[in-house]
Design a protein around this ligand. Structure first.
Ligand code: GDP
Ligand code: IMO
Ligand code: MG
Length: 425
């Protein structure tokens, strides 16, 4: 029993990168289990800001081994860019990064398909355009290409050529889009990118399970968030993988019994990037103020994030389906200068009230949030190292969250920096 999961408890961008970075100091291995370069995990330390899309945030701690598990969809170009970015900061990746031979590849045509389907859809999802959905479609249609296939060069090129032609034809017929693309050139560049990354490919299933048997400490880093889960989120406005706890087992090839700790990361308010229902969204000056205070712009696409009050109905659901044992509340400082702060405690739908989350998008769109109001603390928080030293109003707000969702808060983050983090007990 030596695996800890860190899971996004909202719609992504909860600050998982910061929390994983801090915790990784005490772990031997940090592993990503789902998603791809749609993720953007930000870590800030010593005045430097790193945004990681594919490589686990643990790479910034010098002794940590990092794994990209079989559940991740890997874009080799994004990976190469990230390796180069880290090298420019003298952070070496070789010998510390291992990618599952069972992980699927994102090919250039997946990104074209992602773009075309979004452009043609009447109700677009607002994807990151990173080819995530189409890559998982191929995985589950059993026509994807896995990292382990890249060593069979001749067969691989023929397979890619065939798929490329089929996909371009599909885009043209189904979506009525013609991309001006030199297929042979694109394939050659792709093959070249595979040669650059092939030394990272390994059997990470055995690597992880042997590490568990040898008593190593493993941290599984979730990407996206519970409410973007393809099964449990606000379908169809979701991503195409399972960020929830179960995804860690299938996405790494580890048994559920190996997991002993599950931490949920949650902002002190809510954000969502992309389309879909968002009951507590504030399309007013308060929402604007949260965006400005929290610098709420997407780490991957730069899009402004939609902002609103914390949704405790949704958070309680996240705690339930993930089995979250403790919470890390981030960005509490963003609320520092508000007179009052609100938390959604019930949904009103057709004059009835419920405290059960509704994942059906068309129903969730119609709910009216019922709020409890808290007095603001009007004080800066960074530099505070003890929970008891936080202003009384902050403590009251945090204690209410704990009681409502029946889950203890064990970490409170008060700025993007590593040091501005309060650990309880
Ligand atoms: P992730 O995808 O869950 O890793 O989150 P992102 O990195 O996309 O977004 C979180 C943003 O909030 C990043 O810019 C972080 O540097 C920043 N952040 C994390 N924790 C805090 C905090 O406690 N306070 C403030 N002000 N910013 C934070
Ligand atoms: P991290 O790991 C926030 C959102 C997209 C879109 C939907 C589907 O940084 O928390 P996709 O490209 O996955 O097909 O897009 O999911 N989305 C995220 N939102 N944080 C993320 O990752 C996200 N990854 C995908 O905006 O609404
Ligand atoms: Mg992010």
């Amino acid at each position: 029993m030596s695996v800890t999961l860190v899971i996004g408890a909202q719609w992504g961008d909860e600050g998982k990168g910061k929390i994983v970075d801090i915790l990784s100091e005490n772990f031997d291995i940090v592993a990503r289990y789902q998603g791809g370069a749609n993720a953007g995990h930000t870590v800030v330390f010593n005045g430097n800001k790193f945004i990681l899309h594919l490589i686990p945030s643990g790479i910034l701690q010098p002794k940590t081994t990092c794994i990209i598990g079989n559940g991740v969809v890997v874009d080799p170009f994004a990976l190469i860019d990230e390796v180069e970015l880290l090298r420019s900061f003298n952070i070496e990746v070789d010998g510390r990064l291992f990618i599952s031979d069972k992980a699927h590849l994102i090919l250039p045509y997946h990104k074209l398909l992602d773009k075309a389907s979004e452009e043609c859809s009447e109700k677009s999802i607002g994807t990151t355009g990173r080819g995530i959905g189409p890559a998982y479609v191929d995985k589950f249609s059993r026509c994807g290409i896995r990292l382990g296939d890249i060593f069979e060069t001749d067969e691989l090129r023929a397979k890619i050529e065939q798929s490329f032609t089929q996909k371009i034809e599909m885009i043209s017929k189904l979506y009525k889009r013609d991309f001006d693309i030199d297929i042979q050139k694109s394939i050659s560049e792709f093959m070249q990118s595979l040669r650059t990354i092939q030394h990272y490919v390994d059997d990470t299933t055995f690597l992880l399970n042997e590490s568990i048997s040898n008593g190593k400490k493993i941290l599984a880093e979730g990407a996206q968030g519970t409410l973007l889960d393809v099964d449990h989120g606000t379908y169809p406005f979701v991503t195409s993988s399972n960020p929830t706890a179960g995804g860690a087992c299938t996405g790494l090839g580890i048994p559920p019994t190996s997991i002993d700790t599950i931490i949920g990361v949650c902002k002190a308010y809510s954000t969502r990037v992309g389309n879909g229902p968002f009951p507590t969204e504030l399309n007013d000056d308060t929402g604007k103020k949260i965006r400005e205070n929290g610098y709420e712009f997407g780490s991957t696409t730069g899009r402004p994030r939609r902002c609103g009050w914390i949704d405790l109905v949704a958070l309680k659901y996240s705690v339930m389906i993930n089995g979250i044992q403790s919470l890390a509340i981030t960005k509490i400082d963003v609320l520092n200068d508000f007179d009052e702060i609100k938390a959604c405690v019930e949904y009103e739908i057709n004059t009835e009230r419920t405290n059960k989350f509704i994942s059906k998008a068309s129903t969730l769109e119609k709910v009216i949030p019922v709020y409890k109001t808290f007095k603001g603390w009007q004080k800066a928080l960074n530099g505070t190292t003890k929970f008891e030293d936080l202003p009384l109003e902050t403590i009251k707000y945090l204690r209410f969250i704990e009681e409502y969702v029946e889950c203890p808060i064990k970490i409170v983050s008060t700025s993007p920096e590593r040091n501005d983090t309060i650990f309880l007990d």
